[in-house]
Ligand binder design. Sequence first.
Ligand SMILES: [Zn+2]
Length: 133
Amino acid sequence: MSKTVPPTALCGARRPGWETGPAIGINRIPCVQDAGHDGDHVNAFGQSWPHTPKLATALLTLADKLATLRPSAAITERLVLAQALVIAVQLLGPGDAAEDAERDLLALLPAVTGQTRGQYAEELRDAAREVTR
Ligand SMILES: [Zn+2]
């Protein structure tokens, strides 16, 4: 079990919701599987969690953010766009990968048609389920 692997060859994914901040605490310990592995992520403590596409994670993060704060308030397209871009950068860091993800994320956002924040969050969760399929 003492195989030496360069850090770039590791997956490094963190649990959804624990992506940011220092790798302190068991929930922030990243996946130690090889980069591009199949199946669940597994950390150095042997804990595993399902592989969720980053776009699905972004959609669910946005849904949680909107539903947690003032869920009965009206949603606006400006708010959705601003929050989507913030979340894309949080999940992927600045750079080309984040810009590509932003484009993909924007394409998946449901239309704003007068929903409340809570209703829009439900539509985001539906969109995330479509991505995960
Ligand atoms: Zn992994």
